[in-house]
Unconditional design. Structure first.
Length: 326
C-alpha cells in the first residue's frame, strides 16, 4: 500500500497512530511501527530525561521509524532537543505554527509533520518547511483545533499544499475510512480512537468499556469544558455525568460550573484529579472514572473489541486493500 507519505517517511502502510496523551506507551508506538504503520509518542508533558527514557524504550522494541508529538501551546524546545539527541526521525507539531521548531527539527535530521485545521494553516506550514500535513477534521477525538469536517477539510488541504503528503484525521477507525481518505487525495490516515482499544494502550478498563459500548452519537465537542491544565483548547470527549450536569445547568462558564474543583479520582503519577481537569484516566487511576474526561472521536462506533495494536493495523490495511484493490 505504498503512497507518497509511505515513501517519504519510509514506512509500509499509510496508517499513523495518533499521539494520544496519557494513553500511549512505548509498546503501543513500537507495535504500530513494527506492523508497518507509524507510531507517534506524545511527549510534550515530560522533561528531557523522561523524553529520552521513553524514546529509548521504543528504540529497544523496534527498528522501524517512529515519531514524537510536541504541543506548541507549551514550551517544548527542551523536549525537541532531547528527541534530536536520541535520533528521533520524525517530529509531529500540534496546535500552533512554529517555524523555529520546524527549522530546528530539520537541523537535527528529523522530518516534520504539522497538524493543520484549515487549508490556510496547512499552506503556511508548508511555507515554514513542513514535510507532511495532518489535516485534522472536527470529528476527531481529544483536542481539536479546527471546525471543518474531515470530508471537507482533506481535499481543501490537498489542493492547498501541492506535492506535500497529507494525512487525513478525524472519524477514521477502519479500512473504509483509510480508503475514503486516499480517495480524497490523502496519502495516509491518522487514527486515534481505534488504538485506545489496543492491548498496549494504557487506559482504565472503565474507559475501554465505555468506548466499546459507545455509538457515533455518544461524543460531544466542547470549546472549554475539560480545561483545567489546558485552558481554551477545544476538544471532543465521550458524554458522561460531568458533561450532562454542565448541560443541565445551562453551560455555565468556568468558575460557576456544577461540582467544579471536586476531587474525582487519584493518579499515582499526577495526584488528585478534579472535575473538569484535562486528564486521561490510565490503568493506575482510582476513583470515579466515569466522570473524568474520556477523549474520543466520532469513529468510536467502529471500536468493538480490544486487540493487539499490530492486529489493528493489519486488519485496517486488509480492509482498505480489499476496497481500493491495491
Amino acid at each position: 500500500m505504498a503512497t507518497r507519505f509511505c515513501e517519504l517517511f519510509e514506512i509500509e502502510l499509510p496508517i499513523v497512530q495518533a499521539p494520544m496523551g496519557g494513553a500511549t506507551t512505548p509498546e503501543l508506538v513500537a507495535a504500530v511501527s513494527n506492523a508497518g504503520g507509524l507510531g507517534l509518542a506524545p511527549l510534550w508533558r515530560g522533561d528531557a530525561k523522561s523524553v529520552k527514557d521513553f524514546v529509548r524504550q521504543v528504540k529497544g522494541l523496534t527498528d522501524a521509524p517512529f515519531g514524537v508529538n510536541l504541543n506548541m501551546d507549551f514550551p517544548s524546545m527542551e523536549q525537541l532537543d532531547a528527541c534530536l539527541d536520541e535520533g528521533v526521525p520524525i517530529i509531529s507539531l500540534f496546535w500552533h505554527q512554529s517555524p523555529e521548531f520546524t527549522a530546528h527539527a530539520h537541523s537535527g535530521g528529523a522530518k516534520v509533520i504539522f497538524s493543520a485545521w484549515d487549508a490556510e494553516s496547512a499552506a503556511e506550514a508548508v511555507i515554514n518547511g513542513a514535510d507532511a500535513i495532518c489535516a485534522q477534521g472536527w470529528e476527531a477525538g481529544g483536542h481539536v483545533r479546527g471546525e471543518v469536517t474531515t470530508m471537507a477539510l482533506v481535499p481543501a488541504v490537498v489542493d492547498a499544499v501541492g506535492d506535500i503528503p497529507v494525512i487525513a484525521a478525524g472519524g477514521i477507525a477502519d479500512g473504509r475510512g483509510v480508503a475514503a481518505a486516499l480517495a480524497l487525495g490523502a496519502s495516509a490516515a491518522w487514527i486515534g480512537t481505534r488504538f485506545l482499544a489496543a492491548k498496549e494502550a494504557c487506559i482504565h478498563p472503565e474507559y475501554v468499556k465505555r468506548l466499546i459500548e459507545a455509538t457515533e452519537t455518544d461524543t460531544e465537542h466542547y470549546e472549554n469544558l475539560f480545561n483545567i491544565g489546558w485552558p481554551d483548547a477545544p476538544h471532543r470527549t465521550l458524554v458522561n455525568s460531568t458533561t450532562k450536569a454542565w448541560e443541565a445547568a445551562g453551560r455555565p462558564q468556568p468558575g460557576a460550573r456544577p461540582g467544579e474543583g471536586d476531587t474525582l479520582a487519584h493518579s499515582p503519577s499526577k495526584g488528585d484529579v478534579v472535575r473538569y481537569q484535562s486528564f486521561t484516566p490510565d490503568l493506575a487511576t482510582r476513583g470515579d472514572i466515569e466522570a473524568v474526561s474520556m477523549w474520543c472521536g466520532q469513529g468510536v462506533s467502529m471500536v468493538r473489541e480490544v486487540q493487539p495494536a499490530g492486529e489493528i493495523v493489519r486488519s485496517i490495511a486488509d480492509q482498505a486493500r480489499a476496497i481500493i484493490k491495491f
